[in-house]
Design a protein around this ligand. Structure first.
Ligand code: FHN
Length: 701
């Protein structure tokens, strides 16, 4: 099973090898784990107040939009902008005390005000203010002086640039050609005037694939080792960024970052923010850091200095106290990898580094003080004796912990040393002779068109299975997969296979399989990152306030603005459990749930108005329910199709291994060969793999 982990690791590494940054740069970024984000600009001067009123709506750095401040009024703020207390060295030293490894600074936020001297617009901190300062320069130099890396936030939308899309409530506007050129000029300045830029943190807007690609390449042209954020859109990224203050439930097979604000309500300074107790915030942020790192991510924690440049004392205090905790336990954070376990533990979190396993006692005191770790193949050599006793019974390592370990305000960390390097442990071992997407462990990445259309994508599948003398893999798929190239990585050895329509197999469903009427419900939310399960049936509509309406049409469309979804439901009565083929269709993105569980989900190529496809549904005996969600991001209508496939055909193809595989336990990873991006869905949910002990070409088991 170890091989699986090496493969998984290679998958993550492979991402960077394919991308633009060097392995060294990626490893440095990945190992840094904790960095400082700074939102600073003209909005800092307003502190969330306009015309003596506290502006309650929206983030304070977007006060221009939420208080509807006219452009000329907002520009006047620049005439008074003089942050005399902004001291780049103090900020860099604070980041160091906080245990952070780099600083990411807002070179330009949505208001279009540049915090650097630029030839592209006079609306910048050097030309439009009495202070005549280039804050990007000051901070980049201070960061360097104090051994920190320096990166830049850059807004893809610009409310000041006259030829950009107008200000909108969602900030995911299309980028005009002129605006794209303007951004390119500014980026060139930023990438050539300020030394090494560790990351370029693009934000918002909705680029076309060509625009995203061009900016991605432009960054790497000037700074090959600069990591690019996923909010550039269209899967052009070096690391993906979760939604604000969010992190995924499980480890992703892609480098990722969680950006967090001190308070969910704002990133920029808000003078009237209720801040609560420092100690509560310290615990909250320490826990978030641990949760993010234990899932393999990097944590980027924001501060919002005041308009005069002063750091808010509360924020400074929080950072310093988290830094104190890190001075004790940073070894369990920096340069670590995600928890090797697939399950979550109520008692806390886990990270690993080489042969060390680090347990963070950050959750609830476990029953009777016992923590059990299932670690097949590993021998415990040493447990950190300060706070626990350790015993190993076969595959289980059992710790006993006193209640006092959880009573302390401080989160404690225990170190366990094993006999060898710790790799991810499998979720389960498949007992069946047929490997399917349903019994696989999906490999997750993160794919997106833009800010509102991002979701945990499935880029491949892996299985752990037991099979003596494995000799042949039989692939079963539909005409849709025919012609595609896939990689099968079996016990570490890669087989490149072209699905060539091997042998045709009739896939006629049993004659008494009955498809029920078609029901529709919508419009619903336009967000695409939905859950793996959908709890809805004919009694329970998936959209609040709406109900299912019967329709005579298996195929149709609804007029609705961009960012809307329609749900289609059909019931299928099946005389036994069987695989059947359905024909589905949707516009910008599609999701299919069978009996509440996700079968397939993917975006369609950018701006696809309608695309049909085949999907295999593993029906249960009796009543089944299939729900299709048609996602509309760009059009003025949502299109759908849901019906049994005409002339369903399956193809069988053999992969005969050169030698029968010895050993009982094996791992198999299935991935598309050379995918257009490592983050887009594999779209291989129709492929099943039958395991055979002896090679029998052309025959079924
Ligand atoms: O709209 C921005 C927001 O103002 C802030 O900059 C955050 C930071 O992640 N990004 C956008 C919203 O997610």
């Amino acid at each position: 099973m170890k091989k699986l982990f090496i493969i998984l690791l290679m998958c993550v590494i492979g991402l960077t090898a394919k991308g633009q940054v060097s392995q060294k740069a990626f490893q440095q970024w990945h190992g840094d784990k904790y960095s400082m984000f700074i939102h600073f600009g003209l909005y800092s001067q307003l502190g969330g107040v306009w015309n003596q009123k506290q502006i309650q709506d929206g983030y304070s750095e977007q006060i221009r939009a939420f208080a509807q401040i006219p452009q000329n009024e907002y520009e006047k703020i620049a005439g008074e902008f003089n942050p005399a207390k902004f001291n780049a060295d103090s900020i860099a030293l604070l980041a160091k005390r906080a245990g952070m490894h780099s600083i990411i600074f807002t070179s330009k936020h949505h208001d279009g005000f540049c915090l650097f001297k630029t030839a592209t617009t006079p609306f910048n901190s050097y030309d439009a203010t009495p202070c005549k300062r280039d804050f990007v320069k000051e901070l980049s130099e201070a960061a360097k002086r104090h051994g920190l890396r320096f990166g830049l936030y850059f807004s893809l939308i610009d409310w000041h640039y006259p030829y950009a899309s107008p200000m909108s409530p969602h900030n995911a506007d299309f980028i005009t050609d002129a605006h794209h050129e303007y951004s390119k000029q500014q980026l060139k300045e930023l990438l050539t005037h300020y030394g090494n830029i560790s990351e370029l943190w693009f934000d918002m807007g909705s680029n076309t694939p060509a625009q995203s690609k061009e900016l991605y390449e432009l960054v790497h042209k000037y700074q090959p080792d600069c990591m690019v954020s996923g909010r550039l859109g269209n899967d052009q990224y070096d690391f993906c960024v979760m939604a604000d203050n969010d992190y995924p439930e499980k480890t992703l097979h892609a480098p990722w970052q969680s950006a967090a604000s001190m308070f969910n309500e704002t990133w920029g300074y808000r003078s009237w923010q209720a801040r609560g107790k420092v100690e509560d915030k310290v615990r909250e942020k320490t826990l978030s850091l641990i949760n993010v790192v234990s899932r393999g991510g990097n944590y980027l924690l924001n501060i919002g200095p005041k308009g005069n440049g002063d750091i808010v004392p509360f924020e400074k205090e929080v950072l310093e106290q988290v830094g104190k905790w890190l001075s004790l336990y940073g070894y369990a954070i920096y340069q670590t990898e995600a928890s090797p376990f697939q399950e979550e533990f109520a008692w806390g979190e886990v990270t690993r580094k080489n042969n060390h396993l680090y347990l963070f006692l950050s959750g609830k005191y476990p029953q009777e003080g016992k923590i059990t770790l299932h670690m097949p193949g590993y021998t415990l050599q040493k447990g950190d004796g300060k706070m626990a006793t350790y015993l190993q019974y076969g595959d289980e390592v059992v710790l006993t912990i006193p209640a006092s370990a959880y009573k302390d305000k401080q989160i404690h960390v225990l170190t366990l040393d094993f006999d060898k390097k710790i790799e991810p442990l499998p979720e389960h071992t498949v007992k069946s002779m047929v490997l399917t997407p349903q019994n696989a462990t999906p490999q997750y990445s993160y794919s997106c068109f833009d800010y509102y259309t991002n979701y945990r994508s499935i880029t491949g599948y892996s299985w752990n299975f037991e099979q003596l003398l494995l000799k042949q893999l039989e692939l079963i798929y539909t005409s849709q997969e025919a012609g595609r190239k896939i990689d099968l990585i079996l016990d570490g050895k890669t087989y490149h296979v072209t699905l060539d329509k091997g042998k045709e197999q009739k896939a006629t469903p049993l004659s008494n399989t009955v498809w029920g009427k078609t029901y529709v419900c919508g419009p619903g939310s336009g967000i695409f990152h939905s859950a793996d399960t959908l709890c809805a049936d004919l009694q329970q509509a998936p959209v609040a306030g709406k109900s299912w309406e019967q329709t005579a049409k298996e195929e149709g469309s609804f007029n609705c603005p961009p960012f809307c979804s329609y749900y289609i439901l059909r019931e299928i009565e099946s005389p036994r459990s069987q695989y059947i083929m359905a024909e589905i269709g949707a516009g910008n993105g599609v999701e299919v749930y069978l009996n509440g569980k996700l079968i397939t989900r993917h975006l369609n190529p950018y701006r696809t108005k309608f695309r049909t496809e085949k999907v295999i549904l593993p029906l249960e005996k009796g009543k089944n329910q299939v729900i299709l969600r048609s996602y509309n991001r760009f059009e003025n209508q949502a299109t759908y199709l849901l019906r049994p496939a005409e002339e369903p055909k399956a193809y069988r193809q053999d992969v005969i291994l050169p030698d029968a595989l010895n050993g009982k336990e094996h791992t198999l990873v299935l991935k598309p060969h050379n995918p257009s991006s490592p983050h887009t869905d594999a779209e291989l949910s129709n492929l099943r793999i039958r395991l055979r002990r002896i090679a029998i070409k052309g025959q079924r088991n």
